[in-house]
Design a protein around this ligand. Structure first.
Ligand code: NI
Length: 450
């Protein structure tokens, strides 16, 4: 787990700081980002980061302390920002709720620190309270679109606007409060842009309200996010939020390419990165990650490697041939694996672009019968022209009908066959449904998260 917003330097931790930190480590906190609010706390955060390898620091002047950001303080801040364990500028922003610094000075300090972050190519940690419109106006004008909206105070439309500018959104203890709008806001944005935080010692989760917060309580935030994204389990959200934070703060999170990987209770086998389509919505175009897994293969694995990796996994109820490539490009390997996995009695699914017969110049559906239990064919469009526009198939213009034919044959072979489409604007879902209905195959519509 990662806490992207802690104030472990605050006096609330003076009596037992090291104990709290070691408890958090024991309880599975992999990284902590300690956030500065003025010069003193920025320096204290750096000291903690020097002492503990899994703690990093940001430096900055909180809007409450904007009035203290003198020229000499700013020079000092600039120096601190070049420390190797400083990974961001913050927390900075506007707070018109408490107005502990005059508005004009808050704006001035905010802009100055945004410019510093841009100059040093560091992300910003943004604290915005009762000032979203004013802060967004400044961010549009002067921000560099890297960083985090911390303790997100807005509704869905502000969340989407923030993401469109490039920022990630962090959720903390308040998402666990009854009547919090946090879950609805989180559910309206892609999980790939969500981070976990505590703001400790403040804002504890519901279970510890009135008590001091601490970094390992991000567990309760993750649990809430599992409710919001039911296709994921705790482990998925844990992994995804760490990967997300790794991207934002450029910290060394494990990003090993995966031959075999789990999402929810499904075990996926990544046979190849090659594909005979080039769909514009493919995650390959956005960094080769799916649900926090790096799927970029440096080379194609063989059967022995895959079986070895599979033996390291447990607690799954489905095996899926998937990945970012087209599994039927390695049909022989896939069928051979399916044969040796059959005795496990775990259902085996194939996610495919439906071009297996074209690729293998044979009726692959016949060979799959009895080995593959479920086949999910990406229909991708409602007609040939749209298909070619979206997918740019290597096999030329006449592929769409062959895809439908492949699905039909799979169904005839007794394989449980499903069509899927992604809900992008070019695709007429109703027309897709008609095609699927005509041959008696159910259609699944997947949400597109750009
Ligand atoms: Ni804070």
């Amino acid at each position: 787990m990662i806490d992207t917003h802690a104030h472990l330097d605050f006096s609330q931790f003076d009596k037992d700081r090291d104990e709290v930190i070691s408890t958090c480590k024991k309880n599975g906190v992999q990284f902590i980002i300690n956030i500065g609010v003025d010069l003193k706390s920025s320096l204290a955060g750096i000291k903690l980061a020097e002492k503990y390898d899994f703690i990093y620091a940001t430096v900055g002047f909180h809007p409450h302390d904007a009035k203290n950001l003198t020229d000499s303080a700013f020079d000092e801040l600039q120096k601190l920002a070049t420390h190797p364990k400083v990974v961001g500028i913050g927390e900075i922003g506007l707070d018109f709720y408490r107005n502990l610094s005059p508005v004009k000075l808050q704006e001035k300090a905010f802009i100055k620190q945004l410019d510093l972050a841009k100059k040093l190519n560091l992300p910003v940690v943004l604290h915005i309270r009762k000032a979203l419109d004013q802060a967004y106006e400044i961010l549009h004008r002067r921000g560099h679109g890297q960083g985090i909206l911390h303790a997100f105070p807005g509704d869905k439309s502000y969340a989407i606007e923030g993401i469109d500018m490039g920022y990630y959104i962090a959720f903390g203890g308040p998402i666990t409060y009854p009547n919090s709008r946090g879950p609805a806001v989180a559910g309206s944005i892609p999980i790939s842009r969500i981070l976990t935080e505590t703001d400790c010692p403040y804002l504890p989760p519901q279970k510890y309200r009135g008590k001091r917060n601490q970094p390992d309580y991000v567990r309760y935030v993750i649990e809430k996010l599992v409710e919001v994204f039911p296709k994921y389990i705790f482990e998925d959200i844990r992994r995804i939020t760490i990967k997300n934070a790794g991207r934002v703060f450029n910290i060394p999170v494990d990003d090993t390419p995966m031959l075999v990987y789990k999402i929810g209770k499904s075990l996926y086998i990544n046979l190849t990165g090659r594909c005979t389509n080039n769909c514009y919505f493919c995650p390959k175009n956005h960094g080769f990650h799916v649900a926090g897994h790096n799927l970029k293969l440096n080379r194609e694995p063989d059967e022995k490697e895959i079986l070895q990796k599979m033996s390291e996994q447990d607690n799954y109820n489905e095996i899926v041939f998937c990945g970012l490539g087209e599994p039927t490009l390695r049909a022989d390997l896939m069928l051979s694996l399916a044969k040796s996995l059959k005795e496990k009695k775990t259902p085996i699914r194939l996610n495919t672009n439906g071009q297996g017969n074209l690729i293998n110049k044979t009726d692959l559906s016949k060979k799959m019968a009895g080995l593959i239990d479920i086949v999910n064919v990406s229909l991708n469009a409602h007609d040939e022209k749209t298909y070619n526009g979206i997918c740019q198939p290597q096999f030329g213009e006449k592929v769409f009908d062959k895809v439908i034919d492949f699905a039909r044959r799979c169904k005839q072979m007794g394989i449980n066959t499903i069509f899927s489409v992604v809900d992008i604007p070019e695709i007429e879902i109703e027309a897709c449904k008609k095609i699927a209905d005509n041959i008696g195959i159910p259609l699944r519509v997947r949400k597109y998260a750009p």
